[in-house]
Design a protein around this ligand. Sequence first.
Ligand code: ADP
Ligand code: MG
Length: 274
Amino acid sequence: MKKQPLVLIKYGGNALLYESLKQAVVNNINKLRQGGYRVVLVHGGGPFIKNMLALVKIESEFIDGHRKTTPEALKYIEMALKGEVNGSLVNLLNHEGIRAVGLSGKDGRMVLAQKRYHLKEVDGKTEKFDLGQVGDVVSVDTKLLDSLIQQDFLPVITCIASDEAGNDYNVNADMFAGALAGALAADHYLVLTDVDGLLRNIDDPRSLIAELSTKEVSELMGKVIKGGMIPKLESCQIALEKGAKTARIINGTKPDSIHDAVISDQITGTKICL
Ligand code: ADP
Ligand code: MG
């Protein structure tokens, strides 16, 4: 039997906020599966985390725009990601007749994380700032995912992982997805966002960069690539370096771009090449 290509989709942010959009993404995932593709979904959920922390009146300290995450806050972040966002995605997929399985990086020791420090130049010296329970991916064990995918389950994974000592961390969802796409050697890594792709000029939607190399990514980092686009492009770099075959940033608010990017191989979004 021909090996079925694997598509890893990173989903999150604004495209998660509207039920109709979520349904459209799920319909596209269904189309992929009917077209013979296997799918893995990875998600974050910034807006849901924000709402949850507001609800329980936890105020966050920010260091250079990075949220410092206390163990108390992480407990609620995990509730929002697993209980709310993951649970609802699994529900929608199941309703389509797909067997979805909700997971985090902790399940089956899938993702090993380590604490991340924010590095900052202070008076010419690099200082380390503690961000609390914020982590980076150290390694990925795909054993659980391999067996689920082989049995035709669709893993839906959120970006919480533990270190060797059992401490939990919130990992940036883009970086988490990129590490998984690499470890699974995904044939297609799709990063969904709320714009058409990387724009050379953020105020000009016609300035879309259709294709760039990982080397060009490094050159444009901090100049053209800013804010939320930084971890997306870094995650594509990591995915490709670790074994993903292709990586693209596409507009998740136009869910048919999933179909266009994979099945009809149209030029859509920003394609990153090694
Ligand atoms: P998501 O919820 O999908 O992770 P983010 O808000 O984190 O979305 O990241 C996407 C955002 O990155 C865009 O909406 C845009 O505001 C910002 N961005 C920064 N630089 C660029 C750029 N060069 N091209 C496009 N978007 C950019
Ligand atoms: Mg983001």
